[in-house]
Ligand binder design. Sequence first.
Ligand code: ZN
Length: 138
Amino acid sequence: MNSYRKELWFDTTRRREFINITPQVEQCLVESGIQEGLLLCNAMHITASVFINDDESGLHQDFEAWLEKLAPEKPYAQYRHNGYEDNADAHLKRSVMGREVVVAVTEGKLDFGPWEQIFYGEFDGKRRKRVLVKIIGE
Ligand code: ZN
């Protein structure tokens, strides 16, 4: 069995952002040379997510509006976590959107269903943060 590990770094300009990272993840798979196995991709920060969904801008606006209803960023004082920080909403949004994805690797490709793409979801951005890609197989 072979294994591959890489960290992908992101530096968002906004507090919240969704980035399609499928091309970078596919590049990792090519570099790994693995044909059959499993690929794990996870956020390495507790205020960011990795998730799979459709790359459709209306849907991304819907996610933003829905998450703001569930866990509004402001007022900051509504959260007990916001003593020294102001990112309680980001922790909650990350929990809803998930930490990681696992994708089957078949014949050297990500074995996606229709329209599936991998996204990095940033909820407390404007600083460098990373995603782990781990691939095992042969
Ligand atoms: Zn925090």
